[in-house]
Design a protein around this ligand. Structure first.
Ligand code: PRP
Length: 208
């Protein structure tokens, strides 16, 4: 049988994920000195580094058994897996933000909202019964209201610096976000014992 494969989200969550594995006692030397390699051995496991949305794709299709990914990407991109554990790091939130002083809810005109997370944005306004046009943006979403493309944005706010330094303000908090552990459905059945042990180790490590 192949080693259990764990998909890690590259970037913001990567360092904290590696620290988590180190605190469990795994040998993370290869992971730390990875160079440009994307598949790294860690004790009896294989660790794969991928972009957040791809972590979900690999876990959904069973190419990886386990994934560490932000709740933001889960909310936007997937559900065909088990979400097993909140790791408590990578904390931030989804928020609706607009230019400081502008009244987003004022009047009856069509509202345009820019977001990297169109599904999350659409669901947020559907719940309010508001008809809003959502435009997908790939990054630096804060630009959209500054350039007159949108009245507001739905985006991740962590420290709030990006919003503040660009003259925007949070109008409403939408949802708290943190890193989650997801597990492929078939792996959960076929390799239950190994996966449950790993989840238990991770749970204990994040509680310390
Ligand atoms: C995220 C998010 C905000 C910023 C929020 O972008 O989209 O722009 O971080 O963080 P802050 O509240 O601490 O300022 P990211 O850095 O991932 O880059 P991107 O916008 O290019 O995707």
């Amino acid at each position: 049988m192949r080693p259990i494969r764990i998909a890690l989200t590259k970037g913001r969550l990567e360092k904290r994920s590696v620290e988590l594995f180190e605190s469990i006692g795994f040998d993370c030397a290869q992971l730390i000195n990875k160079g440009r390699r994307l598949i790294l051995p860690m004790d009896d496991y294989q660790v794969v580094l991928a972009k957040a949305a791809d972590v979900i794709t690999y876990v959904e299709h069973g190419a990886c058994d386990i994934g560490i990914v932000g709740k933001d990407t889960i909310a936007e991109a997937g559900s065909a897996f088990y979400e097993m554990l909140d790791l408590g790091f990578g904390k931030c939130r989804f928020a609706l933000a607009a230019l400081k002083g502008s009244d987003f809810y004022d009047g009856y005109h069509e509202r345009v909202v820019a977001s990297k997370y169109p599904k999350v944005a659409k669901q947020f306004f559907e719940k309010k019964g508001m008809d809003v046009r959502v435009i997908k943006i790939e990054g630096s979403v804060e630009l959209a209201p500054l350039l007159g493309l949108a009245h507001a944005i739905v985006d991740i706010v962590e420290t709030g610096s990006t919003i503040r330094e660009n003259g925007l303000e949070v109008i409403e908090e939408i949802m708290p976000i943190s890193a989650r552990v997801i597990v492929n459905r078939a792996s959960m059945k076929l390799r239950r014992e190994e996966i449950e042990q790993l989840l238990k180790d991770m749970e204990i490590a994040v509680q310390v």
